[in-house]
Design a protein around this ligand. Structure first.
Ligand SMILES: [Zn+2]
Ligand SMILES: [Zn+2]
Length: 155
């Protein structure tokens, strides 16, 4: 998919100009804060929260408010260039990878891993009359890295 900053594209090497073009293509006016927020999301595929984004960008842009961050993220969501997910509690996390994938959260190192899957495969007949706005598959457990350190310390 050409218009998707998915995991197939070389995410880390994306330039601010490419982000600008991408926003314009998706009918988002590329203001400076929008460019910076999108750049942050692209360079931090760890599913940051609005807080994470604000904390990091305010260093560079002291006048940047949290409201701007929220408004920008809402706009990205509406334009379908970002998706949101709730992994823990009610804190929304943001993902520039809008392709179908599930998440696995390691309860030890708190890393969020991604795996290929199509959540639209799960179509419970009991939800036939519901309008679905978010499909979210999230597993929790211990990642292989943490499992091996556990073995090492207990041995
Ligand atoms: Zn993801
Ligand atoms: Zn882990």
């Amino acid at each position: 998919m050409e218009s998707n900053f998915g995991k197939d594209s070389d995410i880390m090497s994306i330039s601010i100009n490419e982000i600008k073009e991408y926003l314009i293509k998706n009918k988002v006016k590329p203001s400076f804060p929008r460019l910076k927020v999108f750049e942050y999301l692209v360079s931090h595929p760890s599913h940051p929260s609005a807080d994470d984004i604000h904390k990091s960008l305010v260093v560079e842009m002291p006048t940047l408010s949290k409201t701007t961050i929220y408004n920008t993220l809402d706009l990205f969501l509406e334009s379908n260039i970002v998706r949101s997910l709730t992994i823990e509690g009610n804190e929304l996390r943001y993902d520039v990878d809008v392709s179908n994938h599930g998440h696995f959260k390691c309860e030890q190192c708190l890393t969020i891993y991604e795996f290929d899957m199509d959540p639209t495969f799960i179509n419970p007949s009991s939800l036939e009359e519901f309008t679905i706005s978010e499909r979210n598959v999230c597993y929790k457990g211990i990642c292989p890295k943490c499992q091996s350190t556990e073995e090492n310390t207990s041995a």
